[in-house]
Design a protein around this ligand. Structure first.
Ligand code: ADA
Length: 560
């Protein structure tokens, strides 16, 4: 599903709806499952995380989904999954077409033509942790790992020659756009492509295709600039005789040097939150309505910035950020990865693959202003350096227009700063406090930031913008306490007020992504001993988006 129509000519069927469903609790080897042997016992709506439903709450094991496809006989098609949970095998007419080990990534599956109109799609999903099968996701990550088909599924029936995707680079000064167009069904040759802008029939191009890729340029008359404050978008349609592709773009410049990130030449202070795509009733399978509600709450607090922690974001969410005006930091999936991960070639390969797919998916969203990867990975260890370098190089090569960063928890001994254009630091001074015996050690926040700024200057990183990519304190919703102890709404409100005041007042800090927008389900293991209720409770809102006292505190500073 998308917020705007991406195809007029191509037949696209959105497969969201009620699918057949079953759990397969006796299956240990998901590779051995055959679609014709599955007995479907239930129906569930797709998109969904089945293990967020009361009937399957907390289920870990193999599950299966089934639906029918209706494809004109003899036509080729592909399926687009915008995000799957953990590990999946995708079968069309009983034949395995793809295995996906990339949670939250967009996955496309070719469907070869058939003489039958009715086709069967089965997805076998395994949400058990396995370093071999799904090295990108671990039990130790501080957010609940669900299974299922989290996001929309589409079936594209396409012409023999068709648009795969287009990467558009708008030039905010001139209003011209360069489009690198990826074509399916043609390796070399010339393709007649018409380009329309904002619904006005535009220019005809003879697009020279080499190795399935062609480049063309066109201009947008009276182009308007995009920023979070003025989210002006333009629509671009590419068309051949038999196929089309519509993209939305925003004209803006990004510059990063000294202490500031500049959008359209003006220094912007990034004020906002880290946010998981997460809701207690739907898990990570969030509806557009839920996304909009979250964005309204963030806007009301005076935020202009969201860090999409810690995985590639739902394209619907990014469409909404484009439209409603938010800056987004998007990152690939990682959390506190250490030597056992970096030494695992499959982990490194999949990091690269997911990061590459993230850029392909999101590159045309003006809201995305920062690419990231490997949240709190071992950026202080020599064994991690090659992957940090590779991911940074990949991002710079795939998209030279945006800065690259990674959220570091090793501010004082990081070895990878050279790979970041913007220094992003996660820190919890005054929460995971230095002096554990002190009551309400809020002064540690300012002291820590002072030390951090001094260290970065001395480490030769003072000429890069600094983003506080996480900082925060926990509070249990409704827990008010005259002593303002840890976990009280009062302590959290004081903590976030002090943090926001410092960030807003300090020109050396480019912005903050407070941890976190709302409470979110996390560990089901004994790790939850540090996570009352099995939730990460550092939300300014609870998991149902009810505001804690901190909401007023943050609004008071951000909207001042
Ligand atoms: C880390 C991590 C977050 C969350 C946070 C916390 O910084 O990146 O995902 O776990 O700590 O709450 O402690």
């Amino acid at each position: 599903m998308t917020i705007f129509k991406r195809h007029e000519k191509r037949t696209v069927t959105i497969l969201d709806g009620l699918w057949d469903f079953t759990t397969l609790p006796d299956v240990t080897d998901p590779e051995a499952v055959r679609p014709d042997q599955i007995c479907f016992t239930d129906r569930l709506p797709v998109p969904c995380a089945h293990d967020a439903f009361p009937a399957y709450a907390g289920y870990r094991g193999v599950a299966a989904y089934r639906t029918q496809l209706d494809i004109e006989p003899g036509r080729n098609a592909f399926l687009r999954f915008e995000g799957l949970g953990m590990w999946s095998r995708i079968f069309v007419d009983g034949i395995e077409s793809k295995t996906s080990a990339l949670p939250y990534s967009r996955i496309e599956v070719n469907v070869s033509s058939s003489m039958n109109r009715r086709r069967e799609l089965v997805v076998v999903n395994d949400n058990r942790f396995s370093r071999e099968r799904v090295p990108l996701q671990e039990n130790s990550y501080d957010f609940h790992a669900y299974g299922g088909i989290f996001r929309s599924v589409e079936c594209h029936v396409h012409a023999p020659v068709f648009f795969r995707r287009a990467q558009l680079t708008p030039d905010a000064t001139t209003g011209s756009v360069t489009a690198v167009v990826h074509i399916g069904g043609m390796t070399d040759g010339t393709l007649a492509v018409a380009v329309s802008v904002d619904g006005r029939r535009g220019t005809a191009h003879d697009l020279a295709i080499r190795n399935g890729v062609g480049t063309l340029s066109f201009s947008v008359p009276n182009h308007k600039l995009w920023s979070a404050a003025t989210p002006n978008l333009h629509t671009v349609a590419f068309e051949t005789d038999t196929d089309d592709l519509v993209e939305r773009i925003g004209f803006r410049t990004l510059a990063w040097s000294g202490n500031a990130l500049r959008v359209n030449g003006e220094a912007v202070k990034l004020l906002g939150y880290c946010r998981h795509e997460s809701h207690p009733q739907t898990g990570p399978a969030m509806t557009p309505a839920q996304h909009v509600q979250d964005l309204q709450l963030l806007r009301d607090l005076g935020c202009n910035f969201i860090r999409g922690s810690h995985y590639p974001q739902d394209p619907v969410f990014l469409d909404l950020c484009d439209e409603m005006g938010f800056y987004v930091f998007e990152e690939s999936l990682g959390w506190g990865n250490r030597q056992e991960h970096f030494d695992n070639p499959a982990f490194c390969r999949q990091q690269v693959e997911q990061t590459r797919l993230m850029v392909e998916k999101s590159v045309n969203h003006p809201c995305v202003i920062l690419w990231g990867f490997l949240n709190e990975g071992a950026s202080n260890a020599a064994y991690a350096v090659p992957l940090y370098r590779d991911l940074s190089n990949l991002l710079h090569a795939a998209d030279p227009t945006r800065p690259v960063t990674y959220a570091s928890m090793f501010a004082f001994d990081d070895l990878c700063y050279e790979f970041a254009d913007i220094i992003s630091i996660n820190a919890y001074p005054g929460w995971y406090a230095h002096d554990q015996d002190e009551v309400r050690p809020l002064h540690e926040i300012g002291e820590h930031l002072d030390r951090l700024l001094a260290h970065l200057a001395q480490a030769g990183q003072g000429d890069k913008p600094l983003l506080i990519s996480e900082i925060g304190a926990g509070a249990i919703y409704g827990w008010r306490d005259p002593l303002k102890a840890h976990w009280s709404e009062e302590y959290q409100a004081d903590y976030l007020r002090a943090t926001c005041e410092r960030v807003v007042a300090d020109d050396r800090i480019a912005g903050v992504a407070l941890w976190q927008f709302c409470d979110g389900r996390t560990y089901a293991s004994a790790r939850a001993l540090g996570r009352p209720r099995g939730f990460n409770n550092k939300g300014t809102f609870d998991e149902y988006r009810r505001p804690k006292m901190a909401a007023q505190a943050v609004r008071g500073v951000f909207r001042r």
